[in-house]
Design a protein around this ligand. Structure first.
Ligand code: NUP
Length: 217
């Protein structure tokens, strides 16, 4: 995934024609498209192949299983054409290690969720976020997912992982986070969904976010 606009589209629409239309108009403004359960359950895994003509695809399955099941899932997702898979970190080092091994043998990336962006992440996840970030670095994942809704946590996580791993950061716009603040705190990319795909002019919103990001780098 090339670091150019530093924007990732989260494409949580449920219709393949809409997904393709939005991807086409936004493609020039994003470095990757993130797809997850909503779009894939609604349209099928083949949507990854279709969308991959517009941008690299990050499959947000938040994989959270035993090592063998993580391996089977990651193999299927990479086979479908995804460039990266998001896995949960709370399942521990062996599940992560297996996912990273599969990614490496396919020349692909694993991003590990540290602490999620929604308020409920404070109930359980935040307490483990820093240890998960350290594990992601130890296991040589490509990067982590850290909350744009809490830029101070992005900064903490950046301090733990150093500069070898990348940070992709959701929570900008609808969830209340700011793209500029997340990038300033150490995120490499911000992930934006509803603010872009629910807008009347997705390309214009994406372009505005990119110029906001460019001002702070
Ligand atoms: O901590 C996380 N927060 C989050 O919002 C981890 C995620 N993967 N996401 C995803 O990012 C979420 O599932 C959605 O696909 C996207 C944010 O979308 P939006 O709030 O910009 O619409």
């Amino acid at each position: 995934m090339e670091k150019d606009t530093r924007l990732i589209l989260a494409l949580d629409v449920l219709d393949s024609a809409e997904a393709l239309r939005i991807s086409q108009v936004v493609a020039g403004h994003v470095d990757a498209i993130k797809v997850g359960y909503p779009l894939i359950l609604a349209t099928g895994l083949g949507i990854i192949t279709e969308l991959s003509r517009y941008a690299p695809i990050i499959a947000d399955f938040k994989v959270a299983d035993i090592p063998n099941t993580n391996r089977l899932i990651c193999e299927q997702v990479f086979k479908a054409g995804a460039d990266a898979v998001i896995v949960q970190g709370f399942t521990g080092h062996d599940s992560l290690r297996t996912s990273v091994e599969v990614a490496r043998s396919n020349n692909k990336d694993i991003f590990v969720v540290t602490e999620m962006s929604h308020p409920g992440a404070l109930d359980f996840m935040q307490a483990a976020g820093e240890a998960i970030a350290k594990m992601a670095a130890d296991e040589q994942a490509s990067g982590v997912v850290a909350p744009a809704t809490r830029p101070e946590r992005v900064r903490d996580i950046r301090n733990i992982i150093g500069s070898d791993l990348t940070i992709i950061s959701p929570g900008v716009g609808t969830q209340g986070g700011s793209a500029a603040d997340a990038i300033r705190a150490g995120a490499d990319w911000v992930i934006v969904g509803r603010s872009i795909y629910q807008s009347d002019d997705p390309a214009a919103v994406a372009a505005k976010l990119v110029s906001e990001i460019k001002e702070v780098i």
